[in-house]
Write a protein that binds this ligand. Sequence first.
Ligand SMILES: [Zn+2]
Length: 334
Amino acid sequence: MTVSSTHSTHAGVAAYWLVGVDVGGTTVATVLLDEMFRAYGELSFPTDLSSPDATMLGIVAAIEQTLALAPDSARRLAAIGLGIPGQQDPAQGIVRIAVNLHWYDYPLVARLTARFGVPCVIENDVRAATLGVYRFDNPAGDQNLAYMSIGTGLATGVILEGKLLRGRHGLAGEFGHIIIDPNGPLCNCGARGCLETLVSATAVVRRAREAVATGAAGALASMESITARAVYDAAAAGDATAQRIVNEVGAELARALRSVVLAYDVDSVVLGGGVTRAGDRYLAPIIAEWRRQQETSALARAVLRPEILRIADPNRNLGAWGAAALAADLVTIR
Ligand SMILES: [Zn+2]
């Protein structure tokens, strides 16, 4: 690895490296940024889940390999930021609950600080990604925005008046677990019919499997293994069952996004996660439902404007970028 022991200055500004890390249940993604937030490379590694400490050591190795991307030795590492799924305690530097990583009250910041000798910060992964969107994928400079990450689960982060919302328990914006259908599918949180059980990528796959199990013919029935993306592709290709699922999910999501818009009165709502790579095809059924609501509602016409909806930049890991931005706040050598 390449870590220099000196740092130079130019134009009176200290030069240094920031490493941002997005820790997921399958992948650890990193980015190396300089003090001006210029990127020098992004890497990804499989997450080592063999033990809690192995997961930590895997992250250490990922950070070391990321630092090796540094093209010169004029900078030194100044800080590390990490976005981690689950409940985090940024003030204490402790991962409270990260079920998929098997971390419970795990002192991650102390471990990494001991290893790298620089300040480290942790934050919930979706909240870090929300900051990444706000700082690096925000062409209009919106000061009020919501980011919804849609994957195996669903979570939302909110920036209000330029500030990341956390709340008493770090749960502000946890729309994935608002109950939509009390008789709906059982959620990982123990409740039934939470939003994420109805519209996450996992839910799209479940709906498709249920349709096949109850006799739906067509593209879904002939798939060896159904993925959410494949359902969206099949819908685009004209498959009636896939179109029904995509439209139902879009309408449900549109109603949830209405709640997000009304709760926070944001300038924009940004959707991210693998399934949103379907792009305009992902947004179309959401916008269709908003337009239906506009037909009878002046309130809907005022606040559910399709132009506030967009898909996050799929070409960079905004979670890792946002974590690096959090790390920058720790740097005091300017
Ligand atoms: Zn739930």
